[in-house]
Design a protein around this ligand. Structure first.
Ligand SMILES: Nc1ncnc2c1ncn2[C@@H]1O[C@H](COP(=O)(O)OP(=O)(O)O)[C@@H](O)[C@H]1O
Ligand SMILES: [Mg+2]
Length: 469
């Protein structure tokens, strides 16, 4: 890795760039060299390196005509070079070295300036996370260091404040209840039977749990919606929250996840706490596979999310709490089996692609307030067999853009026509068949045909249609 040889290399390069007039890069390389020399001074306990560091730092300033008079001490020098190197963010030549310098600096600041030390540990932890994404081979190593210094930053912050930790600088998942959502079932095209089903299975039991209990219905636990992407799962969740008059927590599952030990659990616990405070409430885990992925297939540091979810769910007493859990996924086969048990996400709802009636409905929903001329919705419906709701939306946008673009040029306004739609539709490729092929393969491989029967039926129909076509 980086050592004094690298520092010299950066210095030589900088000199060359300086003579060539490439002052921007010359400055960068001088700074890079300076930060490495500071670290060498520390590691080798040899202040001779500090002289080199100071020389480089001075050159970095001089190339831009800035003057520096005084000799800087190790800490001061390291701090300044880091700050200035950060201005070159993006062209990170020796990332790891900068991180180690930052950590060294923080260590030194612990005694005199613990607040700054904590901030620098957090910065370094963040940089390490980025490195861990870039270098899969060393991911574990980077994460382990990142976690160590993250924990240290926390300890330092805890020391500074009595009682609660000063949260500034720590990543917190954004768990706020959404208020601006006005989507209702009327905004969802077709899926009539499904809407009835949702009313019966989700909304009514939520509104009147006693009635359902009277008939011996088990109403605890969550509901897992699954199906191809772009067919209205998220839309349905939003509408459900409105119809049930509940506080709605819309969480993108990946946002709850943190690579730092303990943070994911904390985020999940916080979410449930807020939901309890604001009940009746609905928590919707969108893209659930990111959080509830099968533990046997995920990284050790990711498994804790499932464990925490199970803890929260098992601790929920449905008699006292009015919290409904909804989850949606395009990859039901990768959800951890423990989460699919009775009382957890035991109830499932398959959300298929829109049938003819639904497609017609979606078209008219989207186009109702746009200027159109002689649109044959029956033809459009027929031409979009095998499209998802999102595909239809995309086709509508594309068709609308054609006269809109023309108007910008010609300054004349013409209506949207069938020709525009024909162009748009022929330019839209649905991912539906691909998704079903993958779904079929995965469900079979994991022997989940019993759990996702509706998917299997829909997939085999899809394949049949493909063969005839
Ligand atoms: N049944 C539907 N009715 C109306 N619009 C739909 C429908 N299904 C999908 N859409 C459109 O596609 C977009 C994506 O749908 P979304 O609910 O996010 O799909 P999913 O969550 O299943 O991936 C929606 O914002 C909407 O514009
Ligand atoms: Mg969605």
């Amino acid at each position: 890795m980086c050592d004094k040889k690298d520092a010299r290399r950066h210095m030589e390069l900088a000199k060359l760039q300086e003579t060539q007039g490439d002052l921007h890069n010359a400055r960068k390389n001088y700074l890079e060299a300076a930060s490495i020399f500071v670290l060498e001074a520390e590691v080798n306990r040899d202040d001779a390196f500090l002289k080199d560091a100071n020389d480089c730092y001075r050159r970095s300033k001089a190339v831009l005509g800035e003057s520096v008079h005084q000799e800087l001490g190790k800490t001061e020098l390291a701090k300044r070079t880091i700050v200035e190197l950060e201005e070159f963010e993006g062209d990170n030549m020796c990332g790891e070295h900068r991180i180690t310098t930052m950590i060294e600096l923080a260590k030194r600041q612990e005694k005199n300036d613990p607040k700054e030390a904590a901030n620098n540990y957090l910065k370094a932890a963040d940089m390490l996370l980025k490195e861990s994404y870039n270098d899969k081979k060393r991911e574990e190593e980077y994460l382990s260091v990142a976690n160590k210094i993250y924990t240290r930053a926390k300890e330092l912050k805890a020391l500074q404040t009595e009682g609660g930790i000063d949260e500034a600088g720590f990543k917190q998942a954004d768990v706020v209840a959404k208020k601006d959502n006005k989507i209702t079932f009327a905004d969802i095209g077709g899926l009539q039977e499904l809407k009835e089903e949702i009313r019966f299975k989700i909304i009514e039991p939520f509104k009147d749990p006693d009635l359902f209990r009277h008939y011996g219905k088990n109403i605890g636990g969550g509901i897992l919606m699954y199906g191809p992407p772009g067919c209205g799962k998220s839309l349905i969740a939003m509408a459900t929250a409105n119809e049930a008059h509940a506080t709605f927590f819309h969480v993108k599952s990946s946002d709850l996840k943190s690579k730092f030990v303990g943070e994911t659990e904390k985020n999940i616990a916080e979410l449930f706490k807020k939901a309890r405070e604001k009940q009746p409430s609905i928590i919707f885990f969108d893209e659930f596979e990111a959080l509830g992925g099968d533990r046997s297939e995920s990284h050790s540091h990711e498994r804790s999310a499932v464990a925490q979810l199970l803890t929260e769910m098992d601790g929920m007493d449905s008699k006292e709490q009015q919290i409904l859990l909804l989850a949606a996924t395009n990859e039901p086969w990768s959800i951890d089996p423990a989460l699919r048990r009775e009382g957890r996400f035991g109830r499932t709802l398959f959300i298929p692609q829109p049938d003819a009636e639904a497609r017609k409905h979606i078209f008219s929903l989207i186009m109702s307030r746009r200027p159109t001329k002689e649109i044959d919705y029956a033809k459009l419906t027929e031409a979009t067999d095998g499209f998802t709701g999102a595909d239809i939306k995309a086709a509508c946008e594309m068709a609308t853009d054609i006269p809109l673009r023309e108007s910008l040029k010609t300054k004349k306004r013409r209506k949207i026509t069938m020709d525009d739609f024909n162009l748009a539709i022929s330019g839209t490729r649905s991912i539906l068949t691909q998704w079903y092929a993958k779904a079929q393969e995965q469900v079979k491989k994991k022997k989940l045909e019993g759990s996702f029967a509706e998917l299997v039926t829909a997939a085999s129909q899809m394949v049949k249609i493909e063969m005839i076509a």
